[in-house]
Design a protein around this ligand. Structure first.
Ligand code: ADP
Ligand code: MG
Length: 243
């Protein structure tokens, strides 16, 4: 991981000749010690994801999907094993570099949308760019482009409560793409949507991943949605298998 002097972390500078996988998870273990019994959520999970892939992560409720996404996104760290993003071992990063990595290189999408209720659609999409101190004009232009990419140009000034669930998730997708991340992590993005809307959101997500050249790891336990993926990884008994 290198600094470019502006306080922004650059990825992909470690291996100028060979290209490492976008995500490498190697022998990862994560146990929760809440209450009386320890929960061994992950017990030696390993997989690689290449640049540009759209990968679905499936498994029953409680199989460890959220745990795994949190580790890949640097929101949590493994008890054992390693996670590397574009050749950078996350355990080697300090708190500031991890924050910069998440802000500048990873987009997160959640089941509950996670929008700020008092802000308009446009303002919600602009948040990641404000955090990165993008100049206002560039930010406005990008917000306008993203609103039209997700089909919400007309809804720019509406607040989340004035939008349908599917529209709110499209705002969240636009927000996740704001800083042009290399990696998109989505945790059951269609979990709160009806089947039709969920399918439409997944199709949109898939199209944007292609057009923006992003790599995506999408957790879902909805078998209908697995069709959109290049690959399906299944979590069970704390390990990952290819399906
Ligand atoms: P999924 O997202 O596939 O539903 P999770 O990663 O949320 O699965 O959970 C995996 C297991 O770890 C479950 O048994 C869950 O109860 C447990 N778990 C998750 N988070 C915590 C936590 N913060 N404290 C204790 N146990 C947890
Ligand atoms: Mg979950």
């Amino acid at each position: 991981m290198a600094e470019d002097g502006s306080g922004k972390v650059r990825l992909g500078t470690v291996h100028p000749t060979s290209s490492p996988p976008m995500i490498r998870v190697e022998g990862v273990h994560r146990t929760y010690n809440a209450g009386v019994a320890a929960v061994r959520a992950l017990r030696g999970a390993s997989f690689d994801i290449s640049r540009g892939e759209f990968v679905a992560l499936t498994g029953r409720s409680g199989s460890g999907k959220t745990t795994l996404l949190n580790l890949v996104g640097g929101l949590d760290s493994p008890d054992q094993g390693r996670v590397a993003i574009d050749g950078t071992d996350l355990s080697a990063l300090g708190g500031t570099d991890l924050i910069a990595l998440r802000r500048d290189h990873i987009g997160f999408i959640f089941q509950s949308f996670g929008l700020i209720p008092t802000l308009t659609a446009a303002e919600n999409i602009g948040i990641p760019m404000r955090l990165r101190k993008t100049d206002p004009r560039t930010r406005e232009e990008r917000v306008t482009l993203l609103l039209s990419l997700v089909g919400l140009a007309e809804q720019a000034a509406q607040r989340p409560s004035e939008l349908s669930g599917g529209q709110q998730q499209r705002v969240a997708i636009a927000r996740a793409l704001a800083n042009r991340p290399v990696l998109l992590l989505a945790d059951e993005p269609t979990g709160r949507l009806d089947v039709e809307t969920g399918r439409a959101v997944m199709t949109l997500l898939r199209a944007l991943v292609n057009s923006e050249g992003v790599t995506a790891l999408v957790a879902t336990h909805d078998p209908e949605l697995l069709d959109s993926a290049n690959r399906v990884l299944e979590l069970s008994d704390g390990t990952v298998t290819e399906r």
